[in-house]
Design a protein around this ligand. Structure first.
Ligand SMILES: Nc1nc2c(ncn2[C@@H]2O[C@H](COP(=O)(O)OP(=O)(O)OP(=O)(O)O)[C@@H](O)[C@H]2O)c(=O)[nH]1
Ligand SMILES: [Mg+2]
Length: 701
């Protein structure tokens, strides 16, 4: 097997193919104590972004032949620079051309700081604005402005551009940020730039290594001798060699055969690092930009996202159900914007919306995205994902807004409680996708809520989160349904558990509907705003409870003495079959008829036919007698009174004193029965282990 990463020669070939610096013998392992920061360039075409990266790092980020020939950047380029103090800055160089903004978007998602590049001879141009708006929408927090090509103009001009730039970034995250004049040609300003870069980098918090590992793929290609290689910025967690990972949304599980961090072989990669992974078990052509590597089976893919969307002031009003281009991390797809609390989104405003994305993917709460107009394609806004597996919302449901506010602004406990309440019951895995937290974190916060009586965590190991209100609603519904059942079926002792569970969806729906009606009525009589958040029953999505939850509810009700379980049936405790006097008489009559007949029993049809009550009720009474074991069904249409069977056993026991062997003839003689009764009764005795068949005879046991 080729050794990806550790072999200097092949790695050189590998990096030659990437257009990067080859390995040096000195740097053969990644230093995990280093701080890793990712800086992105941004700015108008030809303003000197790539030349600046090259001047800073010595690496030409334009790696494609076409880029070199045309002198423009088409796709993302990568380079890095080691500053002192164990600080490594990875650069993502983006294209400025209007047509390649989508490539820019695939790179900008994972950056910690931006170098907004403005050429001294051109000042602010359209893509300066667009790229900067994108950075703001994506929530980039740090950066600086670099006035490039300072060698082409005089100092006065540089000052003028500086003023323009300062005005341009006023009120944004770049207000007060360094504005450095530099020249890639003369080297002017590069030292100051590095000093500022270092200062800013030290202020930046490292990306979260304690969140589940995620690597949005920005490139996938095949390396001769290695196979599939993918690259990307590790946005969370850590990944080690030999780990099994899943390619979302493909659902393919593959092995990490080798890791390189900033061109150097490594045993693992950490959040914030530019990473290349050599994957075993997949072809490069099966993987594409926009897919994500993450822990296998941990998350679910999604194509519905609840989010908050902001529209740029430069955009046209956004209509409900508008189609847009959606960009999140390295992914790009079409999406429909369903506005949840407005009919139309006005320029400069924000609203809650559900995005229905055309291609499912791995998106988690907190992820930022950009939307671009369907046609002509320009950036019009962006936002943050609040829920990656949202429920279907009822049209005009005022609670939707209140819930989304909790998801946007609430603390972890409030958010988890809301998600648990919305679903009624949620498997741990769903909550991991809906929070983006590690399973252990979901359990930790869940336990806090459990301590406060707001959720219950069921299962062994604990894996099912049930909101306390849902549990309560279910318990009440079970009792109500049983009451209803008993009232309608006085002759039936109980309801099979599965049937009872099957009635729960409709029962909960009804409870929810009533609760909503009451609340609306209360709100209108008390003058309250009907849109204000209300208690939770209507929040829950009505569906059949899982068996785990349903059994837990039945257990709790049994412990409370409200319900009684008999085998697979449930009934209200102490609830007996209630018979009318006519029915009681019929019951007595049936019982007596069989008792009197001894072993030469009549058919059930004959007995029931002689009663005064109707056939259906008679059948139920017969069923009760069978359930009470007063009567016993020995074979199809062969029912005996239990006293007759007791006598039969006694008879057989007496016979044993003479001989422990009997055959059919002897049995017939003993009992005076015909073959019609004798054979089924002998088989019954065999089943009851009173006798054992041996050839044509029986041994009495
Ligand atoms: N005189 C001078 N020319 C520069 C400087 N920086 C870049 N250039 C030139 O400007 C042109 C464009 O530079 P690039 O670095 O390719 O610009 P870019 O912003 O990366 O362009 P795109 O990636 O296509 O958006 C090239 O011809 C560079 O040689 C500089 O500081 N001084
Ligand atoms: Mg360039």
């Amino acid at each position: 097997m080729p050794s990806f990463g550790m072999c200097a020669v092949t790695s050189c070939r590998y990096f030659a193919a990437l257009g990067r610096r080859p390995l040096t013998a000195r740097n053969d392992t990644v230093r995990d104590f280093m701080k890793h920061i990712v800086a992105g360039t941004a700015g108008h075409i030809d303003h000197g972004k790539s030349a600046l990266v090259r001047a800073l790092t010595g690496t030409d980020p334009d790696r494609l032949e076409e880029e070199k020939r045309r002198g423009i950047t088409i796709d993302l380029g990568f380079a890095h620079l080691d500053l002192d103090d164990g600080l490594r800055v990875g650069f993502i160089d983006v294209p400025g051309h209007e047509r390649f903004v989508k490539n820019m978007l695939a790179g900008v998602g994972g950056i910690d700081l931006v170098l907004l590049v403005v050429a001294a001879d051109e000042s602010i141009k359209p893509q300066t604005r667009e790229h900067f708006a994108i950075c703001q929408l994506l929530g980039v927090r740090k950066g600086m402005v670099v006035i490039t090509k300072a060698d082409l103009v005089d100092a006065e001009m540089v000052d003028l551009v500086r003023l323009e730039v300062q005005e341009f970034v006023a009120g944004s995250f770049l207000e007060g940020a360094p504005v450095v004049a530099a020249s890639a040609r003369t080297g002017q300003g590069l030292d100051i730039l590095k000093t500022e870069l270092r200062r800013l980098s030290l202020e930046i918090a490292s990306k979260p290594a304690d969140l589940p590992f995620r690597l949005p793929i920005d490139r996938a290609f095949v390396m001769k001798g290695f196979g599939a290689v993918v690259t990307g910025t590790l946005i969370a967690g850590r990944i080690g060699k030999e780990a099994e990972v899943e390619i979302y949304p493909l659902g393919r599980r593959v092995r990490v055969r080798g890791i390189e961090v900033h061109n150097q072989p490594a045993d693992f990669a950490l959040a914030g690092q530019r990473t290349a992974l050599n994957l075993a078990g997949v072809e490069a052509r099966e993987i594409a930009r926009g897919m994500t590597l993450a822990e296998p089976g941990l998350f679910g893919n999604t194509n519905r996202l609840d989010c908050v969307v902001s529209l740029l002031t430069s955009a046209r009003p956004l209509k409900n159900h508008a189609k847009v281009h959606f960009h999140c991390w390295t992914a790009e797809t079409l999406a429909e914007v369903v506005l949840l609390d407005a009919k139309e989104l006005k320029p400069g405003n924000r609203a809650y919306a559900q995005l229905r994305v055309a291609e499912p993917g791995l998106y988690l709460p907190g992820d930022r995205f950009i939307i671009r107009q369907f046609s002509p394609v320009t950036t019009i806004g962006g936002g943050a994902i609040l829920d990656s597996q949202p429920p279907k919302h009822r049209l005009g449901d005022p609670e939707v807004r209140a819930s989304l506010e909790v998801l946007e602004k609430g603390d972890p406990e409030a958010r988890l409680q809301l998600l648990a309440e919305q679903a009624g019951e949620s498997p741990l895995g769903t909550l991991v996708t809906r929070t983006g937290w590690q399973p252990a974190e979901v359990l930790k916060v869940g336990r806090l809520l459990e301590g406060k009586g707001r959720v219950m965590i069921l299962g062994q190991p604990p894996a099912l989160f049930v909101s306390a209100s849902h549990f309560q609603n279910l318990s009440q519904s079970v009792v109500e349904q049983l009451e209803k059942f008993h009232a309608a079926n006085p002759l039936v002792a109980g309801l099979p558990k599965e049937e009872l569970r099957g009635r729960m969806a409709a029962a909960l729906e009804e409870r929810g509907r009533l609760a909503r009606l009451t609340q609306t009525a209360l709100a209108s009589t008390s003058g309250q705003d009907a849109r204000a958040p209300r208690p939770r029953p209507s929040l829950q999505q009505v569906s059949l409870p899982s068996t785990t939850l349903f059994n837990a509810v039945l257990q709790a009700l049994t412990a409370q003495g409200k319900v009684e379980l008999r085998g697979e049936t449930a009934r209200r405790l102490g609830r007996d079959v209630q018979l009318t006097s006519e029915e009681s008489a019929a019951k007595e009559q049936i019982s007596r008829a069989f008792e009197k007949a001894g072993l030469a029993v009549p058919s059930a049809k004959e007995v029931l036919g002689g009663l005064r009550i109707d056939r259906a009720r008679a059948e139920k009474i017969l069923h009760i007698l069978l359930q009470e074991k007063v009567l016993l069904k020995v074979a199809e249409d062969l029912i005996f009174h239990q006293s007759a069977l007791v006598k039969l056993r006694q008879l057989v026991a007496q016979r044993k004193q003479q001989s422990s062997r009997i055959d059919v003839g002897v049995f017939k003689e003993m009992t005076g029965l015909t073959r019609k009764y004798a054979i089924p009764l002998l088989e019954y005795l065999d089943r009851e282990r009173v006798t054992r068949r041996e050839g044509d005879a029986r041994i009495i046991l």
